[in-house]
Design a protein around this ligand. Structure first.
Ligand code: SF4
Ligand code: F3S
Length: 106
């Protein structure tokens, strides 16, 4: 399965959602997650993210391991998103900032 990681937080560009053939992206206030039970590993979303926040679970950067569980948990409660929308207004400012996990709104 593929996993959305920390750099999506406070950016939420949403380019990823339009290419997913099985609609497995779910949207929260300032982050998206992938439902691991729906993802078919097609790889299409990974290159679409301007923030390079999407990884195959086997290629997760070492410090992003907890996002596997975060995606699985939040996909259960957040609604599906299939259409691109404007990024968050603070996207440019926060793209690439470390330590954004504390800013995740659930
Ligand atoms: Fe959807 Fe494919 Fe990305 Fe999985 S890898 S989330 S199926 S676009
Ligand atoms: Fe987030 Fe990248 Fe999608 S910033 S919303 S994973 S395009």
């Amino acid at each position: 399965t593929f996993v959305v990681t920390e750099n999506c937080i406070k950016c939420k560009y949403t380019d990823c959602v339009e290419v997913c053939p099985v609609d497995c992206f779910h949207e929260g206030p300032n982050f998206l997650v992938i439902d691991p039970e729906e993802c078919i590993d097609c790889t299409l979303c990974e290159p679409e993210c301007p923030a390079e926040a999407i990884f195959a679970e086997d290629d997760l950067p070492e410090n992003q391991g907890e996002f596997k569980q975060i995606n699985a948990d939040l996909a259960k409660t957040w609604p599906v998103i299939t259409e691109k929308k404007d990024p968050l207004p603070e996207a440019k400012e926060f793209d690439g900032k470390p330590g954004k996990l504390g800013l995740l709104e659930r």
